[in-house]
Design a protein around this ligand. Structure first.
Ligand SMILES: [Mg+2]
Length: 425
């Protein structure tokens, strides 16, 4: 069987190289050519590695204690994750990418799909190079650019671009020979379960999956499985989720560094999460209509009883007012909190989000809205200028000793004046 690719569609996947490591290196020239590793929350596992760290044999996702020997022996530089820094740099990268196409899907903190159908075939590779150069020049973050006719193929192209010196790969010709050497488990959307099923049926690489019979794939997998096959054939089936299809919910949650028992401490944590989420949706000019609060103990703690609960509260009117959201979230927390448990995680989800311009009125709206809008603007402005949580509310607590363990943090926050990197010349 053979499939010809007639699609005029062009989509690029831009992926930041070892993103968290690159962020740490940006303000620390000394570690430029040293092996560097970033750890997950509470310094648990390896989540980002420099090329040098990969070469030493440090694996992705490995628990920190398991690699401590290697780290010592090779003088590997260790960093706790610093999401304030990564989030800020991610926003800068995405802003640069928006200059290249109106149609962009921010897929994760360090990846975005952009539509490049408007660029001619003959110019596409140059264009890819331009994207890389500008992102590097304006933000300092190195990227790889994979381009092809579907999202799934652009992911494949990106894998290859990562290994190529130019950092850009336009996958149009000789697709089959590339797919033949591409492991089934590395295909976008093919998870562990699915790749097991494929391998059991003798499908080991992307080319074999591309050439599978439609009947078999429809019978043996789900809709997404069939879509992946079509996309490998160059037929676009998975649309770009652009800003117009903006996020419908916003979740903020964290695991506690030290387990938390008291309602008071949970209140502080939920308040902080709620303030962060409220700020996020205000930045996106959105309001929320429903708040979910959830708490749980550790499912792996065999010595203690497990408890997990959540509650969703609908607001009478859509809002992005911090005080109103916090008040509602705390009410929810008090309903689901149970004394005598050691909580490991707490969080909130704001859902039923919509544009704040889509007005919704009740009798009190005009008076309350203007007042709160001015106040929220003042808070966001101050926090942007003087650092996160410069203005907060008393309920968020002053000490915050429930916060994460971050023993190796670079303590840099490009959104906070006090934590700006210092450079000695
Ligand atoms: Mg990446």
């Amino acid at each position: 069987m053979s499939f010809t690719n007639n699609s005029k569609n062009k989509v690029a996947l831009i992926d930041c190289n070892s993103f968290y490591v690159s962020c740490e290196r940006l303000f620390n020239p000394k570690i430029q050519s040293m092996p560097v590793v970033v750890l997950s929350n509470n310094d648990g596992c390896v989540i980002s590695r420099s090329t040098e760290a990969k070469k030493i044999g440090i694996k992705m996702g490995e628990p920190y204690f398991k690699v401590k020997e290697l780290v010592k022996k090779n003088n590997v530089q260790i960093f706790s994750s610093n999401y304030a820094l990564y989030g800020d740099l991610s926003r800068r990268v995405m802003k640069v990418l928006k200059g290249f196409s109106d149609k962009i899907e921010i897929y994760s903190i360090d990846e975005a799909f952009i539509d490049l159908t408007h660029i001619k075939d003959s110019q596409i590779e140059e264009y890819g190079k331009k994207i890389r150069e500008r992102v590097l020049k304006w933000t300092g973050i190195p990227t790889s650019v994979g381009i092809s006719s579907t999202k799934t193929l652009s992911k494949v192209a990106n894998h290859i671009a990562k290994k190529d010196k130019t950092g850009v790969m336009y996958l149009k010709k000789n697709i089959d020979s590339v797919l033949k050497n591409f492991d089934i488990a590395d295909i976008w959307g093919v998870g562990k379960q699915l790749s097991k099923l494929y391998k059991k049926n003798g499908i080991n690489n992307a080319l074999e999956l591309k050439n599978i019979s439609n009947t078999w794939v429809k019978k043996s997998t789900n809709v997404l499985g069939a879509k992946t096959v079509m996309e490998l054939r160059g037929i676009p089936c998975i649309d770009l989720e652009t800003e117009d299809t903006k996020r419908k919910s916003c979740c903020v949650s964290r695991s506690f560094g030290k387990k938390v028992e008291s309602l008071e401490k949970l209140r502080e944590s939920i308040t902080t999460h709620c303030l962060n989420a409220a700020e996020k949706i205000r930045i996106d000019k959105q309001t929320t209509r429903a708040i979910t609060v959830f708490i749980r103990t550790s499912p792996f703690d065999r010595n203690r009883k497990y408890y997990s609960n959540s509650i969703t509260i609908e607001l009478p009117v859509s809002s992005n007012n911090s005080f109103e959201l916090v008040k509602t979230a705390i009410k929810g927390l008090e309903k689901i909190y149970k004394y005598g448990y050691f909580y490991q995680k707490a969080g909130i989800i704001l859902s039923k989000l919509k544009e704040s311009s889509e007005k919704e009125f009740n009798l009190l709206t005009p008076i309350l809205e203007n007042k709160s809008k001015t106040l929220m603007k003042a808070i966001d402005f101050t926090n942007a200028k003087y650092g996160r949580n410069a203005i907060s509310i008393a309920q968020a607590g002053i000490k915050n000793d429930w916060k994460m363990r971050r023993e190796h943090s670079s303590r840099i926050d490009t959104a906070s004046f006090d934590l700006l990197p210092k450079i000695n010349v």
